[in-house]
Every structure is written in C-alpha cells, then in structure tokens.
Design a protein around this ligand. Structure first.
Ligand code: LLP
Length: 417
C-alpha cells in the first residue's frame, strides 16, 4: 500500500521516535551529499542556509566544498562557527538592508556583500571601504510557487531595479567599493522557459557592467518534486542554460567570469523528514482527523503557502495496515489553520492515507528545507529536535528545546511581582 513507511535513512521510524521523541526532524546525510554532487558542474555551489541553518548541516556543506550564503547577522555567526571565512568568499551576506549587528560582523570579518538596495552601497562604503560587492538585480519580472516566494517584479521588495544599474555602478565608484559581480534570484520553483528569460536579463546587465565583472550568480530556486508524480528538474539542462549565458558574457567582456548557484531547498528538502506521532483519531461529522504532536509551529509551509508535503504512516506496533481512508491531518495548536492538508488560501482538503491508530507515527516528507528553519515557539511549544543519520547511525544535531530556554529572556517587572 502507498504511504506506508518503516524506515528513514535505513533506521526504523519506531526506533527514531522512541529514542529521540516526537516531533523530530530526521536528515539523511547521504542524500544531501548526493544532491551536492549533482551540482558539481557549477564552479561554485553556495548553500542558502536560510533553508536549514543547523551548524551540523553547515559543517557537512563545508566538508563537501560548498560555500555559504548568510542573510542575517545570526546566519553569519553560524557560518563563522563552522570556520567559513569572509576573506576567501566562503560567506557572502545577501540582504536588502544592513542592520547594526550585520554591519559589525561584516566589518570585523571582511565579508563580501550581495547588495539588494542602492542605499547599501553608500552605507557599505562608509563602514567597509574596499568591500567586495555583487549587485542583486531585480530584472523587472519574477516567478515563484506563491506570491510570498516570488522575488522579482515591481511588487517585490528584493533587489536593485534593473534600470538603476548604471546609477549603482556610479555609487560604487564614489563609495570606493569593488563591484565585481551580478546576482539574480527570481523566485523558487524555476521553469525553463522562464529561466531563459532570466539568463537573457543577466547577459544584458553584464554588458552594462563590463570588464569589472568577475562572477555571476544564478541565485537559488531549483525546485524539488514535492508530489510523488512530479518530475525531477534536469540539472544538466539547467546548468547548460546558465553556462551558455556565462560564455556569452565572457565573449562580451573579454575575460572569464565564475558561475555560482545558490540553492537552499534543492540540497536539503528531500533529505529531511518530520517524524510526529498521532495523538487522536477523531470523527467530525463526515470527516476523519488525524491529530499529530507537531503543527505549524514545527512545519509552517502548508499553513503559510498551502504547500503540499507527502505524508506516510508507520505503524507503532509493527502491524500490517491494509486499509486506507480519506483524512484531514492537523496538529496540536489552538488555531483552526493548524492543518497540514490544506491548499493555498487555507482551503482544507482530505488525503487518502493508511488507516492509523493513536500512537502510530506520521512522517511528513521533504521537510528538510524551510522546516526547522521556519519553526516557532507559538503556543509555547518547544522547538523540535533534529537528528542527522550517517551510515545508518542517527546523531542528535539539535536537542529539543527546554521550557527554561523558552522562558530564559522573559522578566516580570517589580510592580507586578
Ligand atoms: N538565494 C536567495 C537570494 C534567496 O532569496 C533564496 C530564497 C534562495 C537563494 C534559496 O531559494 P531555494 O533554492 O531554497 O528555493 N520559505 C519559502 C521559500 C522562501 C525562499 C526565500 N529566498 C518556502 O518554504 O518555500
């Protein structure tokens, strides 16, 4: 029967659940390494750590020759913790603003910056003259699986508007920073027709920048098949399109430029699963609900974007499950939108899943990207633990949070004591 599962990365789900408790994110190291290897055609693979920023995952990336992107001071701290450095471009800071924390770290560790707003160029010149800079260009159009993940066009806050490129090069000269690259991340969920348009926009922008250009970045956005019946992206074809743009640019400016790619999801999504336990199986009128011990505080994508994640059931007692039923899968939160089986706009739908009992485990697939990284303490629920499986051996890479940690920074003022 479909949607039954017994092992994750070679380890029984029941063992993982009993040893580490639920909910727990489980990552398969071998699968992450396989995805990295698939992108080796690119000169530089830079992991968009916002997708999954656990320092063990970053250490794994580093071990495999992958560089890292940081979008905040906190992400810079994580990268430094596993010995990435700014000097050799190991870390690049990508954002549309600098805050004070980021300014301090960028200056102290000489971190190159991928600037997304013209104001940043002048600001950078003031606190870090000589900084290495790439310009994140918004080419005027975008693409994405949801309005919330579409990062191009004039309704997007991201990037430097394409017609302001000359102005920014001039700002760079005045500020004394070294503009040496162009970057375009248009949105997550690339299709090839659209990609060709992005490559054309990159060539056009490169022509304007001219000889000072050393690197172009294709950004992230490589899709993964969230549904079993979806096709896998042809990485070779994706690379070929960009390599063609790279060659065209090299011909125009007369020297080599490096080609970077900056995936988050592609490297980690499929390697991560969320293991939860069903705590109630109940009937509401016509509908059956499976209620699990993880909700949108742990995996927000379905509630936030209507994202689809495959779900499997693992029998807790090893019994053979032979029947299926239409169910709605929800979590523990005191909020009606806490449902994993929903579509964009919050429309709740049913899913055909094996007949489960209280105590069985529910595995939510493709949760390695934007799962743990986007989780919260809503309803004062603890952040889930994270486990990495390497050659059949699971190891904790983040302990489940404690209640003391949740409360550590809160204070009751004297007059209320
Ligand atoms: N580079 C830049 C500049 C980005 O803004 C992003 C994602 C990436 C790379 C990586 O994109 P990826 O390869 O992972 O698609 N929370 C949403 C995705 C937001 C993506 C934001 N930027 C989700 O759960 O689908």
């Amino acid at each position: 029967m479909q949607h039954l599962i017994s092992e994750l990365a070679g380890v029984p789900v029941t063992e993982l659940a009993r040893r580490f408790g639920t909910p727990t994110f489980v990552y398969d190291q071998a699968l992450i390494e396989q995805r990295i290897a698939e992108l080796k055609q690119f000169q530089v693979v830079r992991f968009a750590q916002k997708a999954c920023s656990n320092i063990a995952i970053l250490a794994l990336m580093k071990r495999n020759g992958v560089l890292v992107d940081a979008v905040s001071a906190g992400e810079i701290v994580r990268a430094l913790m596993v010995d990435y450095t700014g000097e050799d471009d190991g870390i690049v800071y990508t954002a549309d603003i600098f805050d004070d924390d980021a300014i301090e770290l960028i200056r102290k560790h000489s971190i190159p910056v991928n600037v997304g707003s013209p104001d940043m160029i002048t600001q950078l010149g003031a606190f870090f003259p000589g900084a290495k800079v790439t310009l994140r260009i918004n080419p005027g159009f975008g693409h994405g699986h949801s309005q919330k993940t579409n990062t191009g066009g004039d309704l997007s806050k991201h990037g430097i508007w394409y017609s302001q490129l000359q102005e920014c090069l001039e700002l760079g000269r005045k500020a004394g920073v070294n503009i040496r690259g162009l970057h375009m991340h248009i949105g997550s969920g690339t299709d090839f027709e659209h990609l060709a348009t992005v490559c054309d926009a990159m060539v056009k922008a490169a022509r304007e920048v001219g000889g000072q250009l050393e690197v172009i970045s294709a950004g992230g956005g490589l899709p993964i098949p969230y549904r079993k019946d979806q096709a896998r992206i042809d990485v070779g074809a994706y690379h070929a399109l960009w390599a063609k743009a790279q060659r065209t640019i090299e011909d125009i400016i007369g020297h080599e430029v490096a080609l970077e790619v900056e995936p988050g999801r592609y490297l980690v999504a499929e390697a991560g699963s969320l293991v939860t336990q069903i705590r109630s199986v109940k009937r509401q009128g016509e509908h059956t609900f499976y209620l699990a011990d993880a909700g949108f505080e742990t995996l927000v994508r379905p509630s936030m974007y209507g994202s689809y994640h495959e779900i499997s059931i693992a029998a807790a007692d090893g019994r053979e499950i032979t029947t299926e039923q239409e169910v709605i899968v929800g979590g523990p939160l005191c909020e009606s939108g806490d449902v994993f089986t929903q579509e964009e706009g919050g429309v709740v739908v049913t899913r055909r899943l094996p007949a489960a009992k209280v105590g069985d485990y529910l595995v939510i697939h493709d949760a390695g990207a934007y799962g743990a990284a986007m989780s919260s303490n809503y309803n004062s629920r603890r952040l889930a633990g994270e486990v990495l499986v390497h050659e059949g051996i699971p190891e904790v890479i983040r302990e489940r949070q404690s209640f003391e940690q949740i409360l550590a920074n809160e204070r009751i003022p004297g007059h209320l004591r």
